[in-house]
Ligand binder design. Structure first.
Ligand SMILES: [Zn+2]
Length: 372
């Protein structure tokens, strides 16, 4: 009897890692849709090696992956093993604790990739299962599972969103032709790639300089997106014009302007922005303080698109987790602004780097300090 097709191993060789890979596949189906929850996948395998249930978490408020898999398995869950990409929950949220459902269904072994970093869970789910006589094995597929939920892990462990720094850089190392000037650098292929990235993130951030120079919409265009995209403007002195185009699209997602207390106290600046739907948030002016404010609102990821000052500040404050650079063959000449004061990123300087050709441009991305 074989439970796999198109698989070179004999069925007797199917291992925990194989079933976990299937649970991770299901988890990934929720990408970009579950925030602020993690993506989770679950597979239930009977004692004789048949997959009797599988499921994933589709969106916050919907049933958890384990519950979907248990519903599919029904009575076949008795005596079976549950493979789960994340520790099953033990807190009563909107959907009730999964661990009680798992034990009541008669599951005898749980294989989980990684412990849930949520302080409400953090090992308590495993402890509950063991207290009900269930064998618990943790760690199969751990690296892949943590990678899949990197934004959720960063929010839980550090109280701030996972930060990706994105920039387009000319052949001679510039990001604009001249300070304060809008410069279209990248090809259609690179622009489409950037839009697809916007479809999966919680929030996108720019400095007020970019608002003044480019007047961008900061929406995800041409990419499927289920949840509103939060737009964040780092604007210490509230210089964002009330007529900025980003404020014409508040129905596509909230616009948060992070500013200093003295600017927020100026009603002549604050009120016209609030009248256009902006949310004014007071910070101490650092990127880190802005990130904490976003973390307090359960924002799990931030794509920092520029400009030069915001990139530089985030880099100097050491809050950049991931870098994605689009290198173009165009040259811009010496009046422009250099990316991070002329710093060059080579793929070899990044951790787990990836390089991809996008038309005439080359995208290089990778972790700055390694996935946690
Ligand atoms: Zn659960």
């Amino acid at each position: 009897m074989s439970t796999w097709t198109g698989y070179s191993k004999r069925s007797g060789d199917v291992t925990d890692a194989d079933y976990m890979a299937r649970a991770l596949f299901h988890a990934a189906r929720g990408r970009g849709r579950t925030t602020p929850n993690p993506v989770v996948g679950a597979v239930i395998v009977s004692a004789d090696g048949v997959v009797v249930g599988e499921g994933f978490h589709a969106r916050a408020g919907a049933p958890h992956a384990e519950v979907n898999a248990l519903d599919m398995a029904g009575p076949k869950a008795r005596g079976a093993t549950l493979y789960c990409s994340l520790e099953p929950c033990c807190h009563t949220g909107r959907t009730g604790p999964c661990v009680a459902r798992i034990a009541d269904a008669g599951i005898t072994r749980v294989v989980a990739a990684v412990q849930d970093p949520n302080p409400l869970v953090r090992g308590r789910g495993f402890a509950f299962l063991e207290s009900r006589g269930i064998t618990v094995d943790v760690g199969t597929g751990r690296a892949a599972a943590a990678l899949l939920n990197q934004p959720f892990f960063t929010l839980m462990n550090e109280g701030r969103p996972f930060v990706t720094l994105k920039a387009a850089i000319s052949a001679d190392g510039y990001i604009t032709e001249a300070p304060g000037q809008r410069t279209a650098l990248t090809s259609d292929a690179a622009n489409r790639h950037a839009q697809r990235i916007r479809a999966e993130i919680d929030s996108i951030g720019v400095g007020v300089g970019t608002i003044l120079a480019d007047d961008p919409l900061l929406t995800a265009r041409g990419a499927y997106r289920e949840l509103p995209l939060i737009r964040v403007i780092f604007d210490r002195h509230l210089r964002t014009p009330p007529e900025a185009r980003v404020l014409s699209t508040v129905e596509a997602g909230p616009v948060m302007i992070l500013t200093l207390a003295e600017a927020a106290e100026r009603a002549d600046r604050r009120q016209p922005l609030e009248a256009r739907g902006a949310t004014i948030v007071v910070t101490d002016g650092t990127i880190r303080s802005g990130l904490r404010a976003l973390g307090d609102r359960s924002v799990t990821s931030l794509l920092l698109e520029g400009g030069a000052r915001v990139h530089e500040a985030a880099w100097m404050e050491r809050v950049v987790d991931y870098v994605r650079l689009y290198a173009t063959p165009k040259s811009l000449g010496p009046q422009g602004l250099k990316f991070l004061n002329g710093r060059r990123f080579l793929a070899a300087e990044l951790i787990e780097p990836r390089v991809e050709s996008l038309g005439p441009d080359v995208m290089t991305e990778g972790y700055v300090h390694g996935p946690s």
